[in-house]
Design a protein around this ligand. Sequence first.
Ligand SMILES: C[S@@+](CC[C@H](N)C(=O)[O-])C[C@H]1O[C@@H](n2cnc3c(N)ncnc32)[C@H](O)[C@@H]1O
Length: 255
Amino acid sequence: MVKRRCSSLKETSEFFATQAEWTAPMRRHLYRKAGLRRKSAVLDAGCGTGEVTAEIAGLTGGSVTGVDSEGRFIEYASGQHHGIRFIRADCEDLPFKDGTFDLVTCHFLLMWASKPALAVKEMTRVLEPGGILLACAEPDYGGRVEYPEHPEFTSALDSSLTGKGADIRIGRRLGVLFREAGLGVEVGVSATVWDGELLKRRFEGKRGRFSRDLETVLEKGEAERVLGEESSQVKGGKMLMVPLFWALGFKPVLD
Ligand SMILES: C[S@@+](CC[C@H](N)C(=O)[O-])C[C@H]1O[C@@H](n2cnc3c(N)ncnc32)[C@H](O)[C@@H]1O
C-alpha cells in the first residue's frame, strides 16, 4: 500500500529556507538586474511560508505582497513576517487590478502551478506597463547530470513529483511561456555541482522529503532499499547537477 505522509509547517518552512539558501547568489544577481531596490510595489507569487518574501521586503523600500494558494502557508507567513501583506490567492486568477505592481517575482512556483501559462499571463496582467516579471529559479530534471547514475531512484522521484502535479521540465519552457504572455524576455540558467560533502549535506537535508516522496510510488520496503542505495552512492562521493532556469520578462510600455 503506497502512503502519503505530511510534514509540519515548521519543517516545510525550514525546507523552503534551506532551498532558498541554495539559490541565494542567483537571486541577488537577478534582483540587481530587475532593479528591486527601486521598485515601489512588489508581488511575490507562490510565496509559500514567506522566507523569500521577507528577503525581498528587506531589499526594497516599496510595498511587498505575498500570495499563495495554501491558506496554512499564508497564515504561517503572516505570523512570522510582519509588515508584509500576505493574501491567500491563486496565481492563475489573481485578485488585483491590471497594472498594480512594478515587479512580480516567483521562486519555484511555475514547476508547481497546474496551468503555468495562465499563471504567467495573470502575473503579467497585474504588472504595470514597463514592469518586470522575474522567475528566479525553475528546475529542469530532464537536464540532470549525475555520476554514478541511479535510474531506480531518479525515476521514482520523478514519478512522485509528477504525481503530485509538478512539471519537472518547466525550466526549458520559461522563454516560450514569457513570450506567449507578450513579454520581452531574457532567459538564463545556473547550476550548482553538488559533489562530495556538499551533496552529503543536501541529501541529509532532503532525506525525510525523499523518503516521503518515494513512498508515494513504491512500497515502504522498496522505498527504503532505493533510498539506502542512493545514500551509499552519496557517501561514496557521488556528483549531481540539476539546471535551474531563470527568466526576466519586460512588459512593453504602451504608447
Ligand atoms: C516549492 S514552493 C515555493 C515557495 C516559495 N516561493 C519559496 O521559494 O520558498 C511552491 C509554492 O507555490 C504555491 N503554488 C502552487 N501553485 C500555485 C497557484 N496556482 N497559486 C498560488 N500558489 C501556488 C504552493 O502552494 C507552494 O507554496
